[in-house]
Ligand binder design. Structure first.
Ligand SMILES: [Zn+2]
Ligand SMILES: [Zn+2]
Length: 372
């Protein structure tokens, strides 16, 4: 192909040059969120299966998928009790999947966490326990004994898919007396608000009522690319963990302190004190000024996160180039024209952040103070 001088290419592809501004992707699919003041924003998938329970692939593929997705950590969480491949792949050692995944990760940046899925019918349902030391010791007749052993090993345990229609026909997450007693004993510390392709407002209510960590996971069994249409621009759900250090101990401390946000499609779900620093680190006004001799203010907002944001204007000013909804694509700068009536020295723009959920049907407010 004939080589064009760079300025000609810029004329041909003005949008391309603009879109890549501030774009730091090592590869197109890596999931990247900015750090927040005082904490690293670590992306984690804490619910993953391989052929060592009912998944379709060997554990090394799980590690490779996580690396392609640029995750900071993944947990290996095979079912302890459900072993449909055991005649083809006998494995008396329930730690084996974790060992193979750890070996594949080697000295790479990916943190691999040792977990297991305690798999029971209701009232217990399914739960993942992570940061454990020996999965074999969790294979126990009594569910209560399994939760106790998980706690004894230092496990962080969370309820899985409490909205699962195989166990809840109406898709409504609930807690039973038994779950509440486990929460009170510190043997349940989190809950999946997002699992695979489902989201649960009721699980979010339970998380807020009982002070549980808000978790979002893939619960992947087949391939991440197929299940979440990665070639079409999709992504797996993740839990963003706000950790003081980028280590297993740092992640565990953050989970125990409930400093998490779940990310699902373009929705961020978390407590206001955790999600708002992430929103404020992600969205920044990078440019502002009046256009020509008008009183129309051009404002450029950059989004350095992986998520698209949807804002609804609640300011006293209206826009010149759109109605009240402002979409901010990921890793992109977006221009908006604001009619301020007359030229002013400072402007407050306020928005409802519609893609952020802090409680069912509740969206936080974001303001920008702009000095043109
Ligand atoms: Zn499960
Ligand atoms: Zn599972």
């Amino acid at each position: 192909m004939k080589r064009f001088p760079i300025f000609v290419l810029l004329l041909l592809f003005p949008c391309l040059s603009f879109a890549q501004e501030g774009h730091s992707h090592a590869n197109g699919r890596a999931i990247e969120f900015p750090d927040v003041p005082g904490f690293f924003s670590l992306t984690c998938d804490l619910h993953i299966h391989s052929v060592f329970s009912d998944g379709d692939v060997w554990p090394n593929v799980r590690v490779q998928e996580s690396q392609r997705d640029g995750l900071d950590c993944m947990a290996v969480t095979e079912h302890l009790e459900y072993q449909p491949h055991k005649d083809d792949i006998p494995h008396p050692d329930r730690n084996r999947a974790f060992e193979l995944a750890t070996r594949t990760a080697g000295s790479s940046d990916l943190i691999v966490i040792h977990g297991s899925e305690i798999t029971r019918s209701l009232p217990f349902g399914h739960a993942n326990t992570i940061f454990i030391t020996d999965s074999n010791k969790l294979v126990l007749e009594s569910a209560e004994a399994a939760y106790e052993e998980a706690q004894r090993q230092g496990g962080f345990t969370f309820m899985n898919h409490p909205n699962w229609t195989a166990q809840r026909k109406d898709g409504v997450a609930r807690v039973e007396e038994m779950n509440i007693s486990l929460i009170e004993k510190g043997q349940i510390q989190g809950i999946e608000v997002v699992n695979d392709i489902t989201y649960s407002d009721e699980a979010l209510e339970i998380a807020l009522k009982y002070n549980l960590a808000i978790i979002g996971t893939s619960d992947i069994h087949n391939l991440i690319d197929w299940q979440f249409d990665v070639p079409g621009g999709g992504h797996r759900p993740v839990t963003i963990v706000f950790a003081k250090e980028r280590t297993q101990a740092g992640i565990k401390e953050a989970l125990l302190a409930r400093r998490t946000v779940a990310w699902y499609y373009d929705t961020l779900i978390g407590r206001e004190e955790h999600v708002m620093p992430l929103v404020e680190s992600s969205l920044n006004v990078t440019e502002s000024g009046y256009t020509g001799d008008t009183s129309i203010l051009k404002v450029v907002i950059s989004n350095t996160s992986e998520s698209e944001f949807t804002l609804r204007n609640t300011s006293t000013f209206r826009f010149h180039d759109r109605a009240d909804i402002l979409m901010l694509p990921p890793h992109h700068s977006t221009e908006v024209l604001v009619k301020t009536g007359q030229r002013v020295e400072s402007v407050t723009l306020s928005f409802d952040v519609l893609n952020v959920v802090t409680a069912p049907d509740t969206h936080p407010t974001l303001t920008f103070e702009i000095k043109p």
